[in-house]
Design a protein around this ligand. Structure first.
Ligand SMILES: Cc1ncc(COP(=O)(O)O)c(C=O)c1O
Length: 413
């Protein structure tokens, strides 16, 4: 076969693909995505239509149906908009397609990941770790290391923890103890009874899924292993709110999702260890075709460190902190505005940029359906439904979101 140009650098095709993207990036008129109706027929097409035609075909449905995470009315989930240089980092990673499993196909990429991990883990008192595609995998990896190293048989966690802890306990065959929380959704250490701490991993939350609550991170010094799930709240450690996570440095392991408050494209998260060499050894497997043992849950995997490294360099600690601190202020402004509206109820002051609120006299889901120009997520607490507005979007406008809910209420069902 003669040279296949599809594997070469194609400036014109890439520039067309960029123009498809720029049409999307400029189009921020509506926060509500359109329903998709992909023209890709059922099954594998017998004949291809070529790269540009394929992208044009997909763009027509993919972009309009994508949630507008950077829209001023988007104050909803933990998913942020991403800065443009991370798009390029992801593109470079895809084009070189390095495999960090092997030193042959990922020497530079492996070294870059080590540097990225080292530069982040020190803020948590951790000494290394590795990147994983999400905190679900980070939590499972940490508890796996705990079981291998300390022989833990139990996991103690608050009843506000993320479902990934239940998944980890199930996969690792550990007994799960879900502990009641106080009115601020924090684990109550005194409610833990009859659990042998010398065979227990305690998981402490630094940002719960529903309310963004932080557990007392220095609790249970006697546990065989302490893991902090900082999937959401972890990046606060790089900001002037770092003190909210005091105690984290005494943990054995920490999880943090970079694709949440570090503004990374998915799939990007980090599992960090106080003693990474020992932890990595415990979860490594060698194989005949591998020059170095395979660490952790992933086999072949690519360079998610590249967009993250671009972000650390482009913004520096100050630039990252400024954006997260701005998000924290947006959450405070949103909470203050809700608090002064008689038709709305605020759950409590936001701790890590997560605001829970609802209309006083109508079901949140019905009002959400009628909201125009703004979008919030929903969560259940104690069987009751609440709006959840997570400050992951630095461009969100708190007044727009509240005004949209109030006008939906005024218009009525
Ligand atoms: C507290 C917490 N832990 C773990 C996770 C799982 O993270 P990921 O979605 O990155 O797998 C989440 C996700 O929302 C979370 O909020």
């Amino acid at each position: 076969m003669s040279k296949d140009e599809d594997f070469s650098f194609q400036p014109e095709a890439l520039s067309r693909a960029l123009s498809l993207l720029s049409e999307y990036a400029a189009e921020q008129a509506s926060v509500v995505p359109e329903p998709p109706s992909f023209r890709l027929s059922e099954g594998l097409p017998a004949e291809g239509i070529g790269g540009i035609a394929a992208l044009e075909n997909l763009a027509g449905d993919f972009f309009p149906s994508a949630a507008r995470l950077g829209h001023p009315g988007y104050f909803a989930h933990m998913d942020p908009p991403t800065p443009w240089f991370t798009w390029v980092g992801a593109l470079w990673a895809a084009s070189c397609n390095q495999n960090l499993l092997h030193t042959d196909t990922g020497k530079g990429a492996r070294e870059l990941e080590e540097k990225v991990v080292a530069s982040l883990s020190s803020s948590f008192g951790m000494n290394g770790g590795h990147l994983v595609p999400g905190s679900t995998l980070a939590n499972i990896t940490a508890l796996w290391a705990a079981r291998e190293l300390r022989g833990i048989r139990n996991v103690v966690v608050s009843d506000m923890a993320h479902l990934s802890i239940r998944k980890a306990a199930s996969l690792l065959n550990l007994n799960l103890y879900e502990v009641p929380t106080n009115s601020q959704h924090q684990l109550q250490p005194e409610a833990v009874a009859d659990v042998e701490m010398d065979e227990t991993a305690v998981v402490l939350m630094a940002g719960t899924v529903a309310a963004g609550a932080i557990d007392p991170l220095d609790a249970f010094p006697e546990a065989a292993w302490r893991h902090v799930d900082a999937a959401w709240g972890g990046p606060l450690r790089l900001t002037r709110y770092a003190g909210l996570l005091d105690g984290v440095e005494a943990a054995d392991s920490v999880s943090m999702s970079a694709h949440k408050w570090l503004f990374q494209p998915k799939d990007s998260a980090i599992v960090m260890f106080r003693r990474p060499d020992e932890a990595h050894d415990a979860i490594s497997f060698g194989g005949g075709y591998l020059a170095v043992p395979n660490v952790g849950l992933l086999g072949s995997h690519g360079s998610t460190a590249l967009p993250l490294a671009a972000t650390l360099l482009a913004w520096g600690r100050q630039g990252i902190a400024a954006r997260i601190e701005h998000c924290m202020q947006l959450a405070e402004r949103l909470a203050a505005r809700i608090d002064e509206e008689p038709a709305l109820e605020l759950f409590g002051s936001p701790v890590t940029g997560v605001v829970l609120w609802r209309p006083r006299n109508e079901s949140p889901s019905a009002v959400r359906e009628r909201m125009e120009g703004a979008f919030v997520s929903l969560t259940q607490i104690g069987g009751e439904s609440w709006f959840r507005s997570v400050a992951a979007n630095p461009q969100a406008d708190p007044d727009r979101v509240v005004d949209s809910a109030l006008s939906a209420l005024r218009r009525g069902p």
